[in-house]
Design a protein around this ligand. Structure first.
Ligand code: C6P
Length: 414
C-alpha cells in the first residue's frame, strides 16, 4: 500500500527512508510508531552527527587550545545558533542547553522563582500541565509562600484567553502554561495569554515540549518570557533540552548548579559568574547530544515546520474520521481550537494497558496510562487513556492499521 498522501508537501517516502528504525519489524509486523508524544524516531543525519562527534572529535569544549577541542567548540556553538534560529530568539545568550524540558522548567522555577517570589504572590497554571510544568511550581510555592492558582478549564480541557484573564490578579507573578497538551494536543492561545499576563505585570513560561517539535514557533511573535523544549521529541537525541529566556531575565537569575565553565573569577570564598547561557551550563555538557540536536534542527528546517504541521493536521483529521467508526470509543479533548497531532481515547471499559498490548501485537506503538498528567486525568474523570501521536513520517496507512487493530481489541475483550 502506498504511503504517499496528496496532502503532504514533502516526499513522505523519502522522509521515511531517512529513519532506519522504520525498516524494523515489531512482533513480526512493520512498525507503526504512534508514540511521538513520548519521543520521536531519529533520522540518519542526526545519528551520523552524534556518531561523528564521538568517533572523530570526542574532545571537550571551551577548554582546549588544540584542534580537536576547537572543532568540538565550533560545532557546539553552531548548534546554539541553530537552536536560537529555530525559535526566533533575537539575542545572544538566550538559548541555554539543558538535559531536558523538565530541567529547563526547574531552572526557571528555582533560579527565578526562589529569588523573586514572595509570600502571597501567585503562580497561575492549569490542570492540563504535564507534571514537569506543575511539580516544580508546587515545590517553589511551598518554599517561598507563593500560591498556586489554576485557570478554569472548558470542556475537554480547553483553555481560553478569557479564562486566563479571569484568573489573573494583581498578585500573579508568573503564568506557567503548556504550548500544546501532551494528552489532547490542544494548543492554548499563547500570544493572547502573554499579552494579558504582561498587562498585569506577570511573566510567562511556556512548556513547548510538544509544541516546538510539531509547529513553527517564534518567541517574539508569541511574546513569551521563557520557553522550554526537548531535543528527543524533535528527531534529536535524549539528554538534551533547551531553555529560552529573555536575556535580561536570565542574567538576573542565580545559577541553579555551580562549578566549572560558568565563572569569570573564583576566589577562596566566592566567585563571579558569567552571563547566560554559560551561567546555567556548568560542568561538561552533553556535547554529542547538542551537536546532534543541531543536526535535527537542520533536518526539520529543510523539510519545513509548516509542512510538517500541515501533514500532522491532515493525519489528525483522517484519524478522527476513521476512529469515529470504532464502536465504544470515547475521544478526549476539545474539538475546537487548534490541536496538534495527538489523539487520546478509551475503548469501552477495556484497560488502557490491555489496548496497548493488543496494538503492540500488531506492531503498533502507542502510549497508555496517565501520561504524566494526573490532575488532568482527574479533571476528565478517568484513570488514563490510549494515546496515538503523529509525526512527519506517519502515514494514513498507520491510521488504518490502528483502526483495524482496535477491532481486534474488541474481538479479544468483547
Ligand atoms: N512528555 C509524553 O509521553 P522531558 O521528559 O523533560 O523531555 O519532557 C517533559 C515534558 C514536558 N512537557 C510536556 C508537555 C511533555 O509532553 C513532556 C514529556 C512525554 O507525554 C513523556 S512523559
Amino acid at each position: 500500500m502506498s504511503t504517499t498522501s496528496a496532502h503532504t508537501r514533502y516526499d513522505l517516502e523519502r522522509v521515511r527512508a531517512d529513519f532506519p528504525i522504520l525498516t524494523r519489524k515489531m512482533r513480526g509486523k512493520p512498525l507503526a510508531y504512534l508514540d511521538n508524544g513520548a519521543t520521536s524516531l531519529k533520522p540518519r543525519p542526526v545519528i551520523d552527527a552524534e556518531v561523528s562527534y564521538l568517533r572523530d572529535i570526542s574532545a571537550n569544549i571551551h577548554r582546549g587550545v588544540y584542534e580537536l577541542s576547537e572543532q568540538a567548540t565550533v560545532l557546539y556553538d553552531e548548534a546554539r545558533e541553530k537552536a536560537k534560529r529555530f525559535i526566533g530568539a533575537p539575542s545572544d545568550g538566550e538559548a541555554v542547553f539543558t538535559k531536558s524540558a523538565t530541567e529547563a522548567v526547574n531552572i526557571v522555577a528555582f533560579s527565578w522563582g526562589r529569588k523573586f517570589l514572595k509570600p502571597g504572590d501567585e503562580i497561575l497554571t492549569t490542570e492540563v500541565e504535564h507534571h514537569a510544568n506543575l511539580i516544580p511550581w508546587q515545590e517553589v510555592a511551598r518554599q517561598t509562600g507563593a500560591h498556586l492558582r489554576f485557570v478554569e478549564l472548558g470542556p475537554g480541557g480547553i483553555i481560553t484567553a478569557a479564562s486566563v484573564e479571569a484568573a489573573l490578579t494583581e498578585r500573579t507573578r508568573i503564568v506557567a502554561i503548556t504550548g500544546m497538551s501532551n494528552v489532547t494536543g490542544f494548543m492554548p492561545p499563547v500570544a493572547q495569554i502573554s499579552r494579558l499576563a504582561h498587562k498585569r505585570g506577570a511573566i510567562v513560561i511556556v512548556d513547548g515540549a510538544q509544541l516546538v517539535s510539531h509547529h513553527p514557533v517564534n518567541v517574539e511573535e508569541l511574546d513569551v518570557d521563557f520557553l522550554v523544549w526537548s531535543g528527543h521529541k524533535m528527531c534529536g537525541p535524549t539528554g538534551v533540552g533547551v531553555l529560552y529566556g529573555r536575556r535580561a531575565l536570565l542574567n538576573n537569575m542565580d545559577p541553579l548548579l555551580y562549578g566549572g565553565d560558568m565563572i569569570v573569577r573564583v576566589y577562596r570564598d566566592r566567585a563571579e559568574y558569567k552571563e547566560a547561557p554559560d551561567r546555567f551550563e556548568t560542568g561538561t555538557p552533553n556535547i554529542s547530544g547538542v551537536i546532534a540536536l543541531g543536526a535535527a534542527i537542520e533536518y526539520l528546517e529543510e523539510i519545513g515546520m509548516e509542512a510538517i504541521a500541515e501533514h500532522e493536521e491532515h493525519l489528525l483529521e483522517y484519524a478522527l474520521e476513521r476512529l469515529a467508526e470504532v464502536d465504544g470509543i470515547t475521544l478526549y479533548g476539545p474539538r475546537e481550537g487548534r490541536c496538534g497531532g495527538i489523539i487520546s481515547f478509551n475503548l469501552g471499559q477495556v484497560h488502557t494497558h490491555d489496548v496497548g498490548s493488543v496494538l503492540d501485537g500488531e506492531g503498533i506503538a502507542v502510549r497508555t496510562g496517565f501520561h504524566c498528567a494526573q490532575p488532568f486525568m482527574r479533571h476528565l474523570g478517568i484513570h488514563g487513556t490510549v494515546r496515538a501521536s503523529f509525526y512527519l513520517y506517519n502515514t494514513r496507512e498507520d491510521v488504518d492499521r490502528l483502526v483495524t487493530a482496535l477491532g481486534r481489541v474488541q474481538e479479544v475483550f468483547g
